[in-house]
Design a protein around this ligand. Structure first.
Ligand SMILES: [Zn+2]
Length: 320
């Protein structure tokens, strides 16, 4: 973009807010399986401060919640009310729509049939993938990482059965959330992860083809990380490799954003695509924060993080 005085301007095309893994529950603080402290009650305050900050900027076009809005330990008789309360906090955002992504913890609380309407995900047959284009130059693709999953679908649903079959084949443990006796990248075959099914893969292919024709740049958003360089192998999408092979057929995807792996991470893959996994709101000790916003330009996107969420400049590599 060039201004009237001939100097290049640094105005972003647009910007949006982001936060991940709020995992709120009205229960005492606890620890993860690995002993990392979790501040279940404080995380709603992080969300509240995020929305306040986004509103102060008055420039963000929308916001994205990267999943796990509620924690699995939330007492089940409170699931509905708690998710409503969290959605209401997001609704305080005045800049535009909030796009929600589902995570495993959301699905521990409610089945898809109840969860999706609450999160205003207007898709058919329990699907939770969709896309939107905030400006003609960009498209956001939200993937449903729990499409093939042992959680969230009815027990006898074909997708539940497909997921259980994968877990039986890949994970030798009685407890399918345990990676014991599993090696390297195979350790992703845990029950709290999932996969993209055939129908969603076809849809993704169609969307990327259309985006290419329209010369749009694409940002992929998924609760589960898609690159081993940006997260622990224990947090990856089961078929991240298939999904990335498809994405690598095109040049339109510039950035993949994810949550789920609470420490956060960043990598650039072999095709120059940036992978940024966001630090969790849940793990912020009282008084600290983890949220941010992204300024989107023609040639880069710039994540401006608050406090524990690190800032990351992501310059696009021109296709070779
Ligand atoms: Zn998760």
């Amino acid at each position: 973009m060039v201004s009237s005085n001939g100097l290049a301007t640094t105005q972003p095309l647009f910007s949006f807010g982001l936060i991940s893994d709020v995992q709120y529950a009205d229960i005492p603080d606890g620890r993860s399986f690995l002993g990392v402290p979790r501040y279940y009650k404080h995380s709603i305050l992080v969300l509240r401060r995020a929305v306040k900050e986004w509103n102060t900027h008055q420039k963000h076009k929308f916001a994205i919640n990267f999943g796990d809005i509620v924690d699995g330990f939330c007492p089940k008789d409170q699931s509905l009310g708690t998710i409503k309360k969290l959605v209401d906090e997001f609704e305080m955002f005045r800049g535009g729509p909030v796009h929600h992504i589902i995570g495993n913890h959301c699905l521990y609380n409610l089945p898809r049939s109840e969860l999706l309407p609450l999160l205003k995900i207007k898709t058919l047959d329990g699907r939770a993938y969709y896309d939107f284009s905030p400006v003609p130059e960009y498209r956001f693709v939200v993937l449903d990482g729990y499409d093939i999953s042992a959680i969230g679908w009815p027990k006898d649903h074909p997708k539940t059965l497909e997921a259980l079959k994968i877990l039986r084949e890949k994970n030798p443990n009685e407890n399918k959330n345990s990676p014991i006796n599993m090696e390297g990248l195979e350790r992703r075959f845990l029950m709290f992860n999932g996969a993209i099914g055939k129908e969603q893969m076809k849809w993704l292919d169609d969307v990327l083809l259309e985006a290419t024709k329209l010369k749009q740049k694409v940002v992929i958003c998924c609760h589960l990380p898609l690159d081993p360089g940006a997260a622990s192998e224990k947090g990856l999408l089961w078929n991240y490799d298939e999904v990335m092979n498809l994405i690598h057929k095109y040049n339109c995807v510039k950035v993949c954003l994810a949550g789920h792996y609470h420490r956060g991470g960043y990598s650039i893959d072999s095709h120059g695509i940036h992978h940024r996994v966001l630090e969790a709101a849940l793990e912020c000790p009282p008084g600290t924060d983890a949220f941010g916003y992204i300024d989107v330009y023609d040639d880069r996107i710039s994540l401006v993080g608050t406090d524990r969420m690190k800032s990351t400049e992501m310059h696009f590599t021109p296709p070779s």
